[in-house]
Ligand binder design. Structure first.
Ligand code: ZN
Length: 261
């Protein structure tokens, strides 16, 4: 099965800043799409903040297996309704790859449940991302570390929940370190956060960075049927239990009653 990949980009700096437009004339979403197509993915679409419903309609999300997210300046412009639609699809099994400044996106904070804050500095310094598990699918085909000549610094503490796996740790020339690649499960959905990608630098043209994102798209793909009723909380009557019971004792709830939300 070919994963259906959707790249979401706020697409603000590419339209308003000469420097960023020069680096990404087709937008960051366009550069990421090219990189995934070149690595064997056949079904890669893009949408942006400016599209109706930010391109994140229920139908579009239902037809998406892995969503890639890049946002920075316009996190607050993403509607809460769209965030809830994405969260539901992740719980149902859609993969989510959150890049760089997406750490402060509404959807990432919603799914992490923590501030997702960090230290930062824009000084064009060297970043080395050390791989902690060369045998992990997300690290396939990579050298022991990825070196990016100029990047924005992100430093610990990064206030996210303890991950399922920590796959990359970054060292910066200024001395800070950062957990740059981490995975989580939320419901049936696989989430990967990957740090690099400040829009003032050509980071998404780096072949190793592209390789990580492609590997992550493969890893995050859950081919199982969507867990469509993941939010359901049904009452199971005593007589319908796997081993049927006769209800006894005090009861707060009547037969067939909906639970509280
Ligand atoms: Zn940045």
């Amino acid at each position: 099965m070919t994963p259906r990949i959707l790249i979401w980009n706020e697409n603000v700096h590419e339209r308003t800043n000469e420097l960023v437009r020069g680096l990404y004339p087709q937008g960051i979403h366009g550069a990421l799409r090219e990189a995934l197509l070149a690595r064997g993915f056949a079904d890669v679409a893009t949408v942006t903040l400016q599209d109706p419903e930010h391109g994140l309609t229920e139908a579009r999300l239902a037809a998406t297996d892995v969503l890639v997210w890049w946002g920075h300046k316009a996190h607050g412009e993403v509607s809460d309704a769209a965030v809830e639609r994405v969260a539901l699809r992740v719980w149902q099994g859609m993969g989510l790859i959150v890049l760089h400044s997406g750490h402060f996106s509404k959807i990432f904070k919603r799914l992490m449940g923590t501030p997702c804050a960090l230290k930062w500095r824009e000084a064009g310094e060297i970043e080395r991302l050390w791989c902690l598990n060369p045998g992990h699918p997300i690290a396939a085909g990579l050298p022991p570390y990825i070196e990016i000549p100029q990047e924005e610094m992100y430093g610990e503490p990064f206030s996210v929940p303890e991950p399922l796996e920590t796959l990359f740790i970054s060292w910066f020339a200024g001395g800070e370190v950062f957990r740059s690649g981490m995975t989580w499960l939320r419901g049936a959905g696989r989430i990967f956060y990957f740090r690099p990608g400040h829009e003032a630098y050509p980071t998404y043209h780096n072949a190793h960075v592209q390789q990580v994102i492609a590997n992550a798209a493969r890893w995050a793909f859950n081919p199982a049927p969507a867990w469509v009723d993941v939010t359901a909380a049904p009452n199971v009557p005593a007589e319908a239990a796997p081993s049927p019971l006769k209800a006894q004792g005090a009861r707060l709830h009547g037969d067939g009653e909906q639970g509280y939300r």
